[in-house]
Ligand binder design. Structure first.
Ligand code: ADP
Length: 463
């Protein structure tokens, strides 16, 4: 191994700008706590701090839930349906079954009724073939937990007004309407006698699903294409929610932490990517830590290195100028190349961006990937510690000093080992060895579907 990397000025500066030493991570965690607290403050409408959306989920699954429940998940280019037969404390989950339907492109740009009719007909088809393992109690409607991962303004557990479509959806006629009513009307048109008993987002579904198996789960984090986190808050610490009565004295709050931006170590590449995005100035934390963006930041660094330092020879590889041509799964695959000549890095660069590279150049590329991924994972860890700190401040000793579980789901956390390791390191470094022994970070997979069905059960109209 004789080829060394020339530490170009761009790489040196990048590493300096992206550095996440402990004091910086501490500041980020503190700012996250402060912005959470500010977002819970009194008064209607958007105030300072994070959105901190009350979810009206104030009864978490206990394990006693019984009966047949459905879940419907709409959050991307697929919708998923699931049914589960719950058997209470002893039998738990007796049977589950699920199906996935991809949403035709034209429905993402069509009229609201068309989209909801399509979903309701998929649900009707699924509901029509229940086998003998599933049975609804006589005289009861089938109840659904609806996971809807777009910004909604909720005023109860079973209603929510769509604020805006995101993630490529541009359906007309839904914004400003109650999405549960939209679905109910479509189900009626299908002659489908079901009712939505809980409306949640994927983070809330994940928290409920994980809590069902482990009562110490306090926080859920989604790290996929985008990111969000939610946690269990004391009603007394939610000044902006005065009129709601919660029998448990608690409610899940969706932090919408993707909107956080305080004190983040940002670079010129982040600023340029933000300026070129569909939502400039928004979701800065998300743009620094989530899967949609990590590869794109790397691409922007490589372009500059190609232009100014002739990283890939005299001319800039033309394909490298295409935004989002390097996805996060690609930089992840490159980072799993432990061969001496980095041939996998070379072939990925060539296949994905038409880039021919020498060994020294491949090493530089890997250093760029590592720098961006280290920053992302470390900051995500600092965000998690910020949430734990906020909870600890309001409930002395209830969070730290006993076992607390953070459930994480999402393709980024699941598939990117380096990202996961940086996140875990950051949490450990921030909490210190003793406290971090009490905090369990758990990977949960696809818990949000079951979680939504469980919330339909715990919020059943028949309870
Ligand atoms: P969602 O789009 O609902 O967030 P997922 O939780 O499955 O869905 O996350 C998908 C995201 O996870 C992708 O956009 C990508 O950023 C990231 N991802 C998927 N596979 C990999 C991988 N092999 N390596 C790194 N990141 C990945």
């Amino acid at each position: 191994d004789t080829v060394s990397v020339t530490p170009t000025e761009i790489l040196t500066k990048l590493k300096r700008d992206c550095a996440t030493p402990l004091p910086l991570l501490q500041q980020v965690a503190n700012a996250m706590s402060a912005d959470m607290r500010a977002g819970l403050g009194p008064g209607p409408g958007p105030g300072p701090g994070l959105p901190m959306i009350p979810t009206y989920v104030d009864n978490l699954p206990t394990g006693n839930e019984k009966g047949l429940f459905y879940a419907l998940d709409l959050g991307g280019t697929n919708f998923r349906v699931l049914r589960v037969q719950l058997g209470g404390k002893d039998e738990r989950v007796i049977a589950t079954e699920f199906d996935q339907v991809s949403i035709p492109q034209h429905l993402m740009f069509g009229a609201s009724e068309e989209l909801f009719d399509f979903i309701a007909s998929g649900l009707a088809k699924f509901a029509s073939n229940e086998d003998g393992r599933f049975h609804v109690s006589p005289g009861r409607k089938r109840e659904i937990g609806f996971t809807f991962s777009f910004p909604v303004k909720q005023t109860s557990i079973d209603s929510g007004i769509l604020v805006k479509w995101t993630k490529g959806f541009a359906v007309s006629g839904t914004v400003g309407r109650d999405v549960v009513a939209c679905l109910n009307e479509a189900m009626e048109r299908q002659g489908l006698d079901m009712r939505v008993s809980a409306l949640v987002n994927d983070a809330v579904g994940t928290l409920a699903g994980a809590e069902y198996w482990d009562n110490d789960v306090m926080v859920a984090v989604i790290l996929g294409t985008g990111t969000n986190a939610c946690y269990v808050e004391q009603m007394s610490a939610i000044p902006k929610l005065t009129e709601h009565v919660s029998s448990s004295g608690k409610m899940i709050i969706s932090t919408e932490w993707g909107a956080f931006s305080n004190g983040l170590p940002l670079t010129e590449f982040d600023r340029e990517m933000d300026a070129a995005s569909i939502n400039p100035g928004e979701q800065i934390f998300e743009k620094t830590i989530a899967g949609m963006y990590l590869g794109e930041i790397v691409r922007r660094v490589l372009i500059k290195m190609a232009e100014e330092d002739a990283l890939f020879g005299k001319s800039v590889p033309p394909n490298l100028s295409t935004p989002f041509i390097l996805g996060t799964p690609v930089i992840c695959a490159m980072q799993q190349d432990y061969s001496g000549d980095l041939h996998r890095v070379g072939s990925l660069l060539y296949d994905k961006a038409g880039v021919e590279s020498k060994l020294s150049e491949r090493k530089t590329v890997l250093e760029v990937c590592d720098t961006i991924v280290k920053r992302g994972g470390s900051l995500a860890g600092a965000g998690i510690v910020g949430i734990l700190q906020k909870m600890e401040e309001d409930s002395k000793g209830v969070i730290l000093g006993r076992r607390s579980v953070v459930a994480i789901d999402g393709g980024l956390y699941e598939n990117y080992p380096q990202y996961r390791a940086y996140l875990l390191d950051s949490v450990k470094e921030l909490l210190g060895t003793e406290k971090s022994n009490d905090v369990v970070i758990e990977h949960t997979k696809d818990g949000s579907g079951i979680g939504a069905a469980l919330l339909a059960a715990s919020n059943s109209i028949y309870n």
